[in-house]
Design a protein around this ligand. Structure first.
Ligand code: PEP
Length: 249
């Protein structure tokens, strides 16, 4: 287990100004030398980005957005935030392709535009891919994953600013995680796909889907996984810290 693992907190549509205190606890924890190489990223709702940027200013914790609009230019897009606005406020990361947004209409084409826009602004990208339960049952997992990678990265040169988050949709928020052997095999297949499609030698692949303080000891056994995208369990700082501690120990 390497120490420079990613722990990316996706707060989804949770959290208000009171949640800031929980981030302060994680900042304190992250100052321990033992975790000096660990990369912690908080992706709060847009409304908390500025606040968390201020709080984490003198720490190594980075802040990201959970989504972005695809337009690189300002425009009549009520309620939307593009990568220019995300960059200008000082965030460093953006999640693109989360299944909760694919469900709301983000096609592979839109995701491709979003990735291009984020790269242009030099944001680091957490690019989510994953199959639904129906696709899995129909043995379509690899076809879906390969199409999400191929179309999401269309006309984009290989680079190191994209972290690939494998998030089986059937695992998000359900408490169900893939069996270790199956997950290991799937992540290896994804790695091979990325190498083939994008010619990138060493893609960073993380896992997301019901990661918690109870299943982390099992998940961390998979050395191909370079970190975790954590939804529910990241909203409680004790659980989030517990996950990091157990992974690095
Ligand atoms: C997520 O939102 O990306 C996620 C993995 O959620 P959860 O950990 O709650 O399954």
């Amino acid at each position: 287990m390497t120490n420079n693992m990613f722990f990316i907190a996706n707060w989804k549509m949770f959290g208000d100004f009171r949640s800031v205190n929980s981030v302060k606890k994680v900042i304190k924890f992250s100052k321990n030398k033992k975790y000096s190489k660990v990369q912690i990223v908080y992706c709060p709702p847009y409304t908390l980005i500025d606040k968390l940027l201020r709080v984490t200013k003198n720490s190594k914790i980075k802040i990201g957005a959970q989504n972005c609009h695809f337009s690189q230019n300002p425009g009549p897009f009520t309620g939307s935030i593009n990568t220019d606005l995300i960059k200008s406020i000082g965030a460093k990361y953006v999640i693109i392709g989360h299944s909760e947004n694919r469900l709301l209409g983000d096609s592979n084409h839109i995701i491709n535009l979003k990735i291009k826009s984020a790269l242009k602004k030099k944001l680091k990208i957490i690019f989510c891919i994953g199959e639904t339960l129906k696709e899995k049952r129909n043995n379509k997992t690899n076809t879906i994953l390969s199409s999400q990678i191929r179309r999401g990265l269309k006309n984009i040169n290989k680079n190191n600013d994209i972290i690939f988050a494998y998030e089986p949709v059937w695992s998000i928020g359900t408490g169900i995680v893939p069996k270790t052997k199956n997950l290991e095999k799937q992540v290896l297949t994804i790695k091979k796909m990325i190498i083939k499609i994008w010619k990138l030698k060493n893609p960073k692949i993380i896992y997301g889907g019901s990661v918690n303080q109870k299943n982390i000891n099992e998940l961390k056994k998979i050395s191909l996984i370079k970190g975790f995208l954590i939804g529910g369990a990241s909203q409680n700082y004790k659980n989030f810290i517990d996950i990091i501690k157990k992974t690095i120990n």
